[in-house]
Design a protein around this ligand. Structure first.
Ligand code: BGC
Length: 248
């Protein structure tokens, strides 16, 4: 079936219609900057602009950078704190007039990788990490998602991992690839110990430059770049919307 996938990030909100049986985008993606401050009203308006851009009336899936339970935001690490407790699904639905499914952004990207990308057909535990403004995580066992894991927020040396290890930290602190890879390695070493995954998939914009840092890592677990790159969040959100309306 066709669903509109929307990927809501700390810096950009982008969307495209997706063929959810193949994961292919059906039109060029449309991107708008995330409004600052990223308040519920401003972000909802941006989402509805994306829906109108495609003149869309079908199911919409949105990946949102927070814990999402039954459509409600339960955290707000890189968005305006006034989101906490707001019913994201209801707000988007009202604004767009379409059936909306909302899930965590990393869960959406991970779903796309497991269905159509680097984790396709893989049994066992697969961990997908998105390295961007924050660190998002998606955990799968035999292709099934354990929603809302927040492994970007584990503490290492008394500090929240994403504040030192997200790609935004590399940019902000102007870290060399070597220095940043050392931090990443330490972080991944912890996750490897906690979860014993078969495979770790690294997504987010920086995964395009995987040859700069993946070879510097020393963990034992196989680690590969995401295959859908920029599109994973859109494709996974659309796939979730298709499942929600009864079309896996
Ligand atoms: C948030 C997660 C989100 C990740 C990536 C983290 O700060 O807590 O919910 O998935 O950033 O956007």
């Amino acid at each position: 079936m066709e669903a509109l996938g929307i990927d809501i990030g700390g810096t950009g909100i982008k969307g495209a219609p997706v063929d959810t049986s193949t994961g292919a985008l059906l039109a060029e993606r449309f991107r708008l900057p995330t409004p600052q401050p990223a308040t519920p009203e401003a972000m909802t308006q941006t989402v509805s602009q994306i829906v109108s851009h495609f003149d869309w009336q079908g199911p919409v899936g949105a990946g949102f950078p927070a814990i999402i339970q039954q459509g409600v935001a339960r955290s707000a690490a890189n968005i305006d704190p006034s989101w906490i407790g707001r019913d994201v699904r209801d707000m988007f639905q009202q604004a767009c007039g379409c059936p909306v499914t909302v899930l965590n952004d990393a869960d959406a990207a991970g779903t796309a990788e497991v269905h159509f990308g680097a984790g396709r057909g893989l049994a066992g535990v697969v961990l997908v990490l998105t390295l961007g403004t924050g660190i998002g995580s998606a955990l799968f066992t035999n292709g099934h998602l354990v929603p809302n894991t927040e492994f970007g927020h584990i503490e290492i040396g008394g500090k929240v991992a994403e504040t030192r290890t997200a790609d935004s930290a590399r940019e902000r602190e102007e870290l060399s690839w070597k220095k940043w890879a050392r931090r990443l390695d330490r972080y991944l070493d912890r996750l490897e110990f906690y979860l014993s995954p078969e495979l770790i998939i690294v997504g987010g914009g920086v995964s395009r430059k995987h040859d700069r840092f993946l070879p510097l890592l020393t963990i034992d677990t196989e680690i590969v770049p995401a295959q859908l790159r920029n599109e994973a969040g859109i494709v996974g959100a659309a796939a979730a919307a298709a499942v929600a309306v009864g079309n896996p």
